[in-house]
Ligand binder design. Structure first.
Ligand code: UD1
Length: 368
């Protein structure tokens, strides 16, 4: 039997592998499946909770690479995943990677050097900002992968511009939206807003974790003060990534937060709780890639605290605005949203809950 090795390592990967594994399972696919967790994310609330909630089978192997510098983390995955592939019997027919994290790039490198072909799910996205580690991961992964599975049409244009053979490229839609569609009823039923003491439609949800926003004390303080000002208009719920939480402590910024009791910093949330909070928010403030797309699907206004995006459809067709570091613009948009004058957004092609079926079709045709 042809066996495929799926790789997941960090929080934004889990909701992307889950629907593909499920689609293959449900159609009784002849393709064998092994799941490898690199261990890039290891806190229970960054990893385990997603496996439980999304019904992902326990990984067949856990590489336990943990945190480190980009070089060290990438190198550890490369070495450990190469060993995994060399030990696998029979030899894997292909490796499936998702997203743009360090584990995505490292697993791809390990596989192609052993002449095992790679399928990249969420191929073709480009921010054109090489200061972002994810952009490096995207460009290199796409150069090396044999199958490029694209979530939105911008991805097709980007790959064409890079001279990638169109025979390798397949527009399949957004697998992360498959997970959203499936989980939304349960997420709504769990009533996450009530658990945070806020009313549906009457709070802002905030997530910030990118180095550019949280690794500099003055920048993080400036953003916190903006959240504080926003909290005078509506309560702010802020699930903090471990990196962000560590910086708040390191920079002594809890004191700033103490001046704004309507900003509630809470632990990272599980999938359903975060989705429930997002779906009922009046507005979302984020630097996450995934949440830009999820808010577009949900029709919830999203202020993206980044200067650029690899997901421009969320701005042109969706509900996101790139705010960069312009807090005056952000404040103006908050007022527009509260006054009901902000753009509504619309649907995106193939973000329909069936992308994983199309991924499964491509994998079976190519490697079945
Ligand atoms: C990674 C991805 C990023 C993604 C984000 C989502 C890369 C380059 N970045 O960033 O694209 O948006 O995941 O969460 O792959 N930490 C913990 N516990 C954990 C994981 C991390 O405490 O379970 C802390 C550690 O201090 C670690 C830091 O977070 O050093 C950063 O983790 P890392 O995996 O390097 O990158 P993220 O910022 O999580």
């Amino acid at each position: 039997m042809n066996n495929l090795v799926f790789v997941a390592g960090a929080r934004p990967n889990f909701m992307k592998v889950a629907p593909i594994l499920r689609a293959l399972e449900q159609r009784g696919s002849p393709l064998g499946r092994t799941l490898v967790h690199t261990g890039q994310h290891y806190d229970p609330d960054m990893s385990e909770v997603f496996f439980e909630e999304l019904g992902i089978a326990r990984p067949d192997a856990h590489l336990e690479v943990g945190s480190g510098s980009h070089g060290a983390q990438t190198a550890r995955v490369l070495e450990a995943f190469e060993a995994h592939l060399l030990g696998a019997a029979p030899r894997p027919r292909g490796v499936v990677v998702v997203g743009d994290v360090n584990s995505t790039l490292a697993a791809t490198l390990a596989a192609v050097k052993l002449q095992i072909p790679v399928a990249h799910v969420e191929a073709g996205l480009r921010s054109r900002d090489r200061t972002m580690p994810e952009e490096i991961n995207r460009v290199v992964t796409d150069a090396l992968a044999e199958l490029l599975l694209v979530s939105e049409s911008d991805g097709l244009r980007n790959l064409q511009r890079e001279g990638i053979d169109p025979a390798r490229v397949h527009l399949v839609g957004n697998v992360m939206i498959d997970t959203l569609v499936r989980e939304l009823p349960a997420a709504r039923a769990a009533d996450a807003p009530a658990q945070q003491g806020v009313a549906p439609g009457a709070y802002a949800l905030v997530t910030l974790h990118r180095p550019a926003n949280v690794d500099s004390a003055p920048e993080l303080e400036r953003l916190l003060r903006f959240l504080g000002e926003t909290s005078r208009r509506l309560p702010v719920v802020f699930p903090a990534h471990p990196r962000t939480r560590a910086r708040l402590a390191q920079f002594g910024l809890q004191q700033v937060l103490a001046g704004f009791p309507r900003v509630r910093v809470i632990p990272p949330q599980g999938y359903r709780s975060n989705l429930g909070l997002m779906a009922s928010a009046r507005l979302v403030i984020t630097d996450s890639g995934g949440m830009q797309e999820e808010t577009t699907y949900l029709g919830v206004p999203c202020l993206t605290f980044r200067p650029n995006t690899e997901r421009p459809v969320t701005v042109t067709a969706g509900t996101s605005t790139l705010v960069g570091g312009d807090l005056q613009l952000a404040a103006r948009l908050v007022e527009e949203i509260l006054a009901g004058r902000y753009k509504q957004g619309g649907p995106v092609e193939l973000w329909d809950g069936a992308a994983a079926e199309r991924v499964a079709d491509v994998l079976e045709r190519a490697w079945g």
